[in-house]
Design a protein around this ligand. Structure first.
Ligand code: SAH
Length: 352
């Protein structure tokens, strides 16, 4: 069986190149083709001789991810269904804004958590993505950003499918590759990367120790323990006091303010007690709040609260000097918005 060339480090490729009578610098070219240019075939590597491309082809294969399906939203959001080498599919999204383009990438095939309001949670967790598969999503989206919007990708959020902190090693390895300088990496700034977690205290602390200089977002949705446990049942194992303690540790280690993601639902967290609990939580550690618009997944239990409630939240948070942003939903018409990534086309095929 041929070996996947992406399992090799630059040094190992260099050794192969020299053994086969080529100059060492060819290794760098190959490395760029497989990592930064998403080449699928050795035939594409036009900077190498035809003979050497054949030699490579005899020894190796390139197991990278490819775009299986591409959709464009009316608001300019793009969504890729990305086909992996074992035929699993994950989704990633490109969100253009005035002065930046943001990639929303997946970290797992499916998800093992059970947030009741999220479409991905309805899928089984099939497996973790490898660092290479995460980097591939970024490279593919970067290409699309240049093609469609004339600018390279500027930001990355780990808010696609899966829980990034439950695929810790591959996610941190991917971040290292994305932020390493060329040609070993994509040369992006870690400050423009945000890891979003449902809240796994031990892993938040571990990430703080990693010193990657990325941002952290916590999907809070309720600062009242019982309510949070009801809508995010897995969190019974992770009391809010422990989460808070891990966030304080994060801030002490990184000095980076934490983003709290929060959706306001009718009858669930639209009361004064909910606002009070959120404010009390925010006062314990430096945070800002992103109020996310809810994207329906067709379940009557969860309905977006009316704008008057959002206004109350904003007013009271601001009175308490807590920074709050309202995040408009993007890409809803193609099921590309937060919580909607569910390989819909694949699922409907499976259900038929
Ligand atoms: N597991 C990680 C990352 C994936 S979810 C996490 O929980 O943070 C990315 C964000 O989308 C989270 O803030 C999540 O709470 C939010 N989300 C999930 N379902 C949603 C929905 N239906 N509408 C809006 N946001 C949703």
């Amino acid at each position: 069986m041929k070996k996947d060339i992406r399992q090799l480090s630059l040094k190992e490729i260099e050794a192969f190149v020299v053994e086969n009578g080529e100059k060492a610098f060819r290794a760098k070219q190959i490395y760029e083709w497989i990592w930064n240019k998403n080449a699928h075939e050795f035939e594409e590597m036009s900077s190498l001789s035809k003979e050497f491309r054949t030699v490579l082809n005899q020894h190796f294969e390139i197991k990278n991810a490819v775009v299986q399906e591409f959709q464009t939203s009316q608001d300019g959001t793009l969504k890729n269904a990305v086909l992996l080498h074992d035929k699993n599919v994950v989704e990633s999204v490109l969100i253009p804004a005035e002065n930046r383009t943001t990639a929303c990438v997946s970290s797992q095939v499916g998800c093992s958590l059970n947030c009741e309001f999220c479409a991905t949670a309805k899928l089984e967790r099939m497996r973790n993505l490898s660092a290479a598969e995460i980097v591939d999503q970024v490279v593919l989206i970067d290409k699309e950003s240049q093609e469609h919007y004339g600018c390279p990708l500027s930001n990355i959020v780990f808010m696609g499918m899966g829980e990034p902190l439950l695929n810790y090693n591959e996610v941190t390895e991917a971040i290292k590759r994305i932020t390493a300088p060329h040609p070993n990496g994509l040369g992006m700034s870690p400050r423009r990367i945000t890891v979003s977690t449902s809240g796994i205290p031990k892993m938040i602390k571990k990430l703080a120790d990693e010193n990657l200089r990325v941002g952290l977002a916590l999907s809070l949705h309720s600062a009242i323990e019982e309510k949070r446990n009801e809508i995010m049942p897995f969190s019974e194992k992770f009391p809010l006091t422990e989460i808070l303690e891990s966030l304080i540790y994060w801030y002490e280690q990184t000095k980076s303010i934490i983003t709290l993601e929060y959706i306001i639902w009718k009858e669930i967290n639209d009361k004064q007690e909910d606002i009070d609990a959120l404010i009390a939580f925010c006062k314990k550690v430096p945070t800002k709040v992103n109020l996310i618009e809810y994207n329906s997944i067709g379940d009557d239990k969860f309905l977006q609260a009316p704008p008057s409630v959002t206004s109350q939240y904003i007013q009271q948070l601001e009175q308490n000097r807590i920074v709050v942003n309202v995040r408009r939903s993007r890409g809803k018409d193609i099921d590309a918005a937060c919580g909607q990534l569910a390989n819909k086309n694949q699922i409907s095929q499976k259900l038929q």
